[in-house]
Design a protein around this ligand. Structure first.
Ligand SMILES: Cc1cc2nc3c(=O)[nH]c(=O)nc-3n(C[C@H](O)[C@H](O)[C@H](O)COP(=O)(O)O)c2cc1C
Length: 224
């Protein structure tokens, strides 16, 4: 457990990078509980909190997930991987993503975040192709809280969605009811590297004032 006091909320947000290089050391369950309690502070439609979590530490289950994740990451991005400039910013991110895929089985905790399907709107069966998605808007605030809580506690984590390529197998393996969709799988562990500032375009370049294209120096200087 980190001995330093938790950084303030703005520092947490400004340094919450995807941490994909993680130590295999176990994460105390009380920290996972703390992270989940932060997650469920998030808002959801009508405050109905239609989320569920699956904490996976079982080596066989992690190996099952890791093998499929690694296969699908490399399959889905085969063309990009073959032509990647590994020295570019995208190359460095991709190298970390591949590292995570290849070491997923060693990550101490895989946290599956699920949302209920067919809520708040349900699509009639005859008008639907496949299963209805979960209400992502009601789950992602919770996912973000979880990521922020991990950062505040000194835990490395990242948001992943590659499981969507093999979600039916995930449901079968873990016994997840069909009425629940897996929104994100968050690998959690103590990071091997240091937290650092995120690289983002300044908000003022994405912001308009009073009308689209409207400017206000220092607040709204939208890129064309
Ligand atoms: C909807 C969504 C899906 C994502 N899926 C994956 C994923 O499957 N694997 C992965 O390694 N990162 C995934 N990411 C993480 C992004 O790549 C990461 O947040 C982004 O590159 C910014 O990284 P940074 O916070 O380290 O700057 C996903 C992020 C979002 C928001």
């Amino acid at each position: 457990m980190p001995s330093d006091p938790a950084p303030d909320v703005f520092e947490v947000m400004h340094t919450m990078r995807a941490m994909r290089r993680l130590k295999p050391d176990p994460v105390p369950e009380e920290l996972i509980n703390k992270v989940l309690e932060a997650g469920v502070c998030a808002p959801s439609g009508q405050n109905l909190q239609r989320w569920s979590f699956l904490v996976v530490t079982d080596p066989a289950a992690k190996a099952f997930f890791a093998e499929k994740y690694d296969y699908w990451l490399k399959n889905r991005f085969a063309d990009a991987l073959a032509t990647m400039d590994w020295s570019s910013p995208m190359g460095r991110v991709t190298r970390a993503a591949v590292h995570l895929a290849e070491h997923m089985h060693e990550v101490p905790v895989l946290l599956l975040c699920m949302g209920q399907r067919d809520w708040p709107f349900s699509v009639p069966a005859e008008a639907r192709k496949g299963l209805a998605p979960p209400s992502y808007g009601s789950i992602y605030p919770c996912v973000q809280n979880i990521l922020l809580a991990c950062r505040a506690l000194g835990l490395g984590a990242s948001l992943t969605t590659m499981h969507q390529m093999f979600e039916p197998e995930l449901h079968e393996y873990f016994g997840i009811p069909e009425g629940w969709g897996v929104v994100s799988v968050i690998p959690i562990g103590f990071p091997t590297g240091k937290f650092g500032p995120v690289t983002r375009t300044p908000a003022r370049l994405k912001t308009h004032f009073n009308r689209w294209g409207g400017t206000r120096p220092g607040l709204a200087e939208p890129e064309s």
